[in-house]
Design a protein around this ligand. Structure first.
Ligand SMILES: [Zn+2]
Length: 269
């Protein structure tokens, strides 16, 4: 017979699972927050030289340190929520987030007053935009998983479904995609992006859902061609492969042992 403490733990885990499952089947509005900004692939701010093939190393943050400023008009709870997203990344890698002083020449400027959630891709050596439209905690751009997703853009991640080798893993269904949104499925060049030998990851927090940018409700725009895609488009947590890629990208010598898969990013505060 189970001891009371173990029974409580199991109940807690079951409760957590229910919470996460509910998050996964939340409304479209909740899940597609990164698609609403209208930027390249929904939420990426790109410069012409980035589109034409920047070498990877030059857009990594020096010393794996990301400087930031958070809009001072944000209340304490929202500010803490953003910092929690930073903590999740710090806890899984050698990345450090540091608040920018007035003299800091480059940093991500975290705002909440524009429409949508979006970020520049990688380090630009100047003040770079990072917007998460104001919403109640846990909703739309203020889902923790969405903030982590945007931060991974700032660190240099592109969308998984746009990787050069994606056609072996997903089939793009053109007829179900809104014509003016076809760019969201444009593949990145091998010269711009590589996977650090970690392979395609259906479970990446940087993958979009099967129905992203669809023309018809419930119309699929991406169909997986291989098994393992059950959680495609999840914003629950960085996958183990996301963490592994981040550590490889920044040459982290010691990967943190505590995986964020144990720290659900879309859970309530
Ligand atoms: Zn994105």
């Amino acid at each position: 017979m189970l001891r009371p403490a173990i029974s409580c733990l199991i109940l807690l885990l079951l409760k957590m699972h229910v919470t996460l499952a509910k998050d996964e089947v939340d409304s479209d509005e909740e899940l597609d927050a990164e698609q609403i900004g209208g930027y390249f692939q929904g939420d990426m701010l790109m410069t012409s030289w980035q589109r034409s093939g920047l070498r990877n190393g030059s857009y990594r943050w020096p010393n794996a340190t990301v400087y930031y400023k958070i809009n001072s008009s944000l209340d304490e709870a929202h500010t803490d929520f953003i910092m929690r997203a930073m903590y999740l990344i710090e806890n899984s890698s050698c990345i450090k987030f540091e608040e920018a002083t007035d003299k800091q020449p480059y940093f991500i400027n975290i705002t909440n007053d524009k429409h949508g959630c979006f970020a520049h891709v990688g380090y630009l050596g100047k003040v770079q935009e990072f917007n998460i439209e104001y919403a109640p905690l846990g909703k739309r751009c203020f889902r923790l998983g969405t903030i982590v997703h945007e931060m991974l853009h700032s660190l240099g991640f592109y969308h998984q479904h746009a990787s050069a080798g994606r056609d072996a893993y997903i089939r793009i269904i053109d007829r179900n995609i809104k014509k003016h949104l076809m760019d969201n499925f444009k593949k990145q060049s091998n010269k711009t992006v590589h996977d650090f030998g970690k392979g395609y990851d259906f479970n990446s927090i940087m993958h979009y859902r099967m129905d992203a940018f669809n023309k018809f409700k419930h119309g699929l725009t991406m169909i997986p061609l291989q098994p393992g895609a059950k959680n495609m488009g999840q914003r629950i947590a960085m996958s183990d492969t996301d963490i592994s890629k981040l550590n490889a990208m920044y040459n982290c010598t010691v990967q943190q042992t505590e995986s964020t898969t144990n720290l659900p990013v879309s859970d309530k505060i």
